[in-house]
Ligand binder design. Structure first.
Ligand code: BGC
Length: 819
């Protein structure tokens, strides 16, 4: 073991464990934790998602968490120092919630803009991903909490994620998908890594010996724990011998008693189990759960308490990317305003994070409406109009519902009757409310009253497998005869896919009875038994034409119209990919109508991933805010009114149309998704195709202008001097690209250029500042498939610096010798 300080304590603890205890330690005891082993002074290790907050062991709004901006936003800051602070804040949250391991960061790549979890990973570029990811991991672990880099590897889309076999050539695997894992392990030494659901080149990742042992342990010297993605481990022997240490979640997994049996049968050597246990004991020592071991960060060395909300706001302003600003309409001058129209559903009901396992529940949210109202001077009239509703889908019941759940046996006798605050049942074990007996359970009813706010046609539906009987106000909407279409098993748990049940005409203020009974409630979620389903509801549709007309009326004559457009949880979440990049609902029509009514229209795009913006040339300004976290509305007001500069630069190319994206396929054919584009994704692919995106990688405007004055390369460092030529202080992200300059016939096929380093600098008006940036050696290398090693390609290279991959202000040339 590489950790002499822990070697003795780990070996001593290991020697005291019998086979059953060792096997038990490698299996979840429930959804989020490993068992305690009091006989060796080992506490129970608790893990939690991740990445924008720390949800804790409960999966409900009753236990709120701080919500930071989405990972795409963090990457858009291009600021590892901010990413480190984000990690430190999350470690503080984890400690507050009794969590030892954060299940983040997600460092898969933006291979296709259709990826459903695009918002949850950083970038299309491995270097930017690695720099932000390493800083985040370092920040989390500064606080004595384990970080988990995930999902190893090539989990870049969601379609058929449990079964898809991603066929990835060695070059693409090394140069793109493995690269952030390799770099983060080298730079930040994460204490855990999560093994993905998918297969790579024919072997499911939890059993992929070549990658989990050959590359990860033997080549890279990784010393942490390899934990399965939730329900990803399928086979006891293949998983343990393929390099998996811990199978999650529990209580039933392929490890535990099955692993002990496999050792007893002679199918697995006990020494293999011992190695996995050593990894877990080392982790336990690091986080302070193993008696006799000093934690990696003793209490005396923990960072001083951080002001979480201030950091959330700072990251949000630093991440916002201004992609259009005609006639410097932004920042708005508060003193010159008398009436501002704020438009959009998401301006009021802020969309602060993406869906799926990344969901955490904030204690409070500052919406754009709250943020602007607080920041605008008293004399400025702020009018709000919803515009068009982006979300006309069923959702979990919210205001107006008072619900409980009733559990019954086959004779209809009640086993338990418990309150259900959120209209969703999620019991991921056989421990049922009120101690009800799982074996005796025959049906589960969600029942109670609903008092509508609005009169009209209300839609109801269900999420989960069923069959269901649904009765609303005495009318039977579902008879209980048909099971619902299934899909990804975790969708039932996440509850983000609803199917329609039927509609009822209801009157505002008049309560009605609701009853949804799941007639076959016991689900098998992989090896786990439990119950997961939900009631869905949608309030009456409002007429979008009328809503758009209201918005146009509000915008007409206002000094400025600010339209917030957004995606929804049905668009950006986990378990499925995006069918299109269009904004949902009639939001494109809304923007076009408002822009026609007011030339000073500013569009705020509240989405975690690229969307098409067919109106972008017709509006005065476009600001991308990502999913900005709970302080997003305050940060937006800071940026719109000039208290802060929009600091972000695109971490990923934004296409004009999905059809232009050189790589977009996410649907496997016969179970296989071929990464045929090789090492050409993102800007590497756009530059090769010669097509123009809407906005290139690295792009973003600030509130000042810069001139690049000097470039000089000394050794592996490029020194760049730039001057702020505007009238405000500002921040520039200086980007360094490396481009092969001489293309000889036998040169390998390489990207036209690639990001080789970056730095952020600030300077006052008129001042100049120097950035010194180390050029990554990998920019001169390829993975040589024949030699199975990195090879430096000798020759001339241009070292280019500038504002984005297509806006390069200065160039110099270097010669590289091969070795
Ligand atoms: C996700 C992981 C997550 C885990 C636990 C899985 O479905 O892919 O990212 O950490 O669930 O919630």
């Amino acid at each position: 073991m590489e950790h002499p300080e822990y070697a003795d304590v780990v070996e001593t603890a290991l020697a005291k464990l019998d086979l059953d205890a060792k096997a038990r330690l490698l299996a979840g005891q429930d959804l989020w934790s490993l068992p305690a082993l009091p006989e060796i002074g080992l506490g129970s290790l608790v893990m939690s998602d991740g990445p924008v907050g720390v949800r804790g062991a409960s999966w409900d709004p009753g236990d709120p968490s701080l919500v930071l901006p989405s990972p795409t936003a963090l990457a858009a800051t291009w600021d590892p120092d901010l990413a480190r602070r984000a990690g430190q804040v999350l470690a503080q949250e984890a400690r507050r919630k009794g969590v030892h391991v954060l299940l983040a960061p997600t460092i898969n790549l933006h291979r296709s803009p259709r990826g459903g979890r695009h918002f949850e990973s950083y970038s299309e570029d491995p270097l930017l991903t690695a720099r932000i990811g390493a800083a985040y991991v370092a920040g989390v672990q500064d606080g004595g909490v384990g970080a988990t880099v995930k999902h190893f590897v090539a989990n870049d889309a969601e379609t058929d994620r449990f079964t898809v076999d991603n066929r990835v050539g060695a070059r693409a695997l090394r140069e793109l998908y493995l690269a952030p894992f390799e770099q983060i392990i080298a730079d930040a030494r994460p204490w855990l890594l999560m093994s993905a659901y998918n297969s790579v080149n024919g072997s499911t990742m939890t059993e992929n010996r070549d990658l989990q042992i050959g590359v990860l342990r033997q080549e890279w010297g990784y010393d942490g724990v390899v934990v399965s993605d939730w329900l990803a481990a399928r086979d006891t022997v293949r998983a343990i011998t393929g390099g998996l240490d811990v199978a999650m979640p529990g209580p039933t997994t392929v490890f535990g008693p099955r692993l002990a049996a496999a050792v007893r049968d002679g199918r697995v050597a006990e020494s293999v189990v011992d190695d996995a246990v050593r990894h877990v004991l080392l982790l336990a020592a690091r986080v302070g759960l193993l008696a006799g071991a000093e934690p990696a960060v003793p209490t005396s060395r923990l960072p001083a308490p951080l002001d979480t909300e201030t950091i959330a706001r700072e990251i949000a302003t630093g991440s916002m990317v201004l992609v259009r600003n005609t006639d410097q309409i932004l920042p708005l001058d508060p003193a010159a305003l008398s009436r501002v129209a704020l438009i959009g559903r998401a301006a009021r009901d802020a969309r602060i994070l993406g869906g799926g396992s990344a969901t955490v529940y904030p204690a409070r949210v500052t919406s754009p409406l709250d943020g602007l109202r607080a920041a605008l001077p008293d004399g400025v009239a702020l009018t709000y109009a919803m515009g068009a509703d982006p979300d006309n889908e069923l959702d979990v019941p919210r205001d107006g519902f008072t619900l409980r759940t009733v559990l019954r046996d086959a004779d209809g006798d009640i086993l338990a009757d418990a309150p259900l605050p959120f209209g969703r049942v999620r019991w991921m074990s056989t421990d049922l409310p009120g101690g009800a007996d799982f074996d005796a359970l025959d049906s589960v009813e969600i029942t109670g009253t609903y008092t509508p706010h609005e009169s009209g046609t209300h839609h109801f539906g269900v999420s989960g497998p069923g069959p269901f009987r649904l009765v609303v106000a005495g009318a039977v909407l579902l008879p209980g005869t048909e099971p619902q279409p299934g899909g990804d098993v975790l969708n039932a748990v996440l509850g983000n896919r609803y199917t329609a049940g039927g509609a009822a005409e209801l009157e505002a203020g008049r309560p009605v009875e609701i009853s949804l009974t799941n007639l076959r409630p016991k689900g098998d979620f992989g090896l786990i038994r439990g119950v997961a389903f939900a009631l869905g509801h949608r309030a009456p549709d409002r007429d979008d034409d009328a809503l758009i007309a209201e918005a146009v009326a509000a915008a007409t004559g206002a000094d400025t119209a600010v339209v917030v457009v957004a995606t929804t949880e049905r668009v950006e979440s986990e378990g499925f990919d995006r069918a299109s990049l269009r904004l949902p609902g009639r939001q494109d029509d809304l923007v076009a109508a408002v822009a026609a009514a007011n030339p000073r229209t500013v569009v705020v795009v509240n989405a975690g991933a690229p969307v098409e913006m067919p109106w972008r040339a017709d509006v005065a300004a476009v600001l991308l805010t990502w999913f900005p976290g709970q302080e997003g509305g305050a940060a937006l007001a800071d940026v719109l009114l000039g208290a802060a500069e929009p600091g972000g630069r695109l971490p990923t190319t934004w296409p004009s149309h999905l059809a232009d994206a050189p790589v977009s396929e996410v649907t496997p054919t016969d179970g296989v998704l071929a990464y045929d584009e090789g090492p050409f994704i993102g800007y590497r692919a756009w530059q090769r195709a010669g097509t123009e995106p809407a906005f290139p990688f690295g792009y973003g405007l600030g509130y000042t202008t810069w001139e690049y004055e000097d470039i000089e390369v000394a050794g592996d460092t490029v020194h760049v001097r730039i001057r702020n030529t505007g009238i405000r202080s500002g921040r520039e992200v200086v980007q360094v690209y490396v481009a092969p300059a001489d293309s000889s016939a036998d040169a390998p096929d390489r990207p036209e250029r690639q990001l080789a380093g970056f730095a952020t600098v600030t300077a006052g008006p008129g001042a100049s500042v120097e950035a010194s940036i180390t050029i990554a050696e990998r920019a001169f290398q390829i993975w040589d498939e024949g030699a199975n090693a990195w090879a430096t390609i000798p020759g001339g290279y241009r070292v280019e610096v500038g504002h984005s991959v297509t806006d390069l202000a200065m160039t110099t040339r270097v010669e590289v010798a091969g070795h």
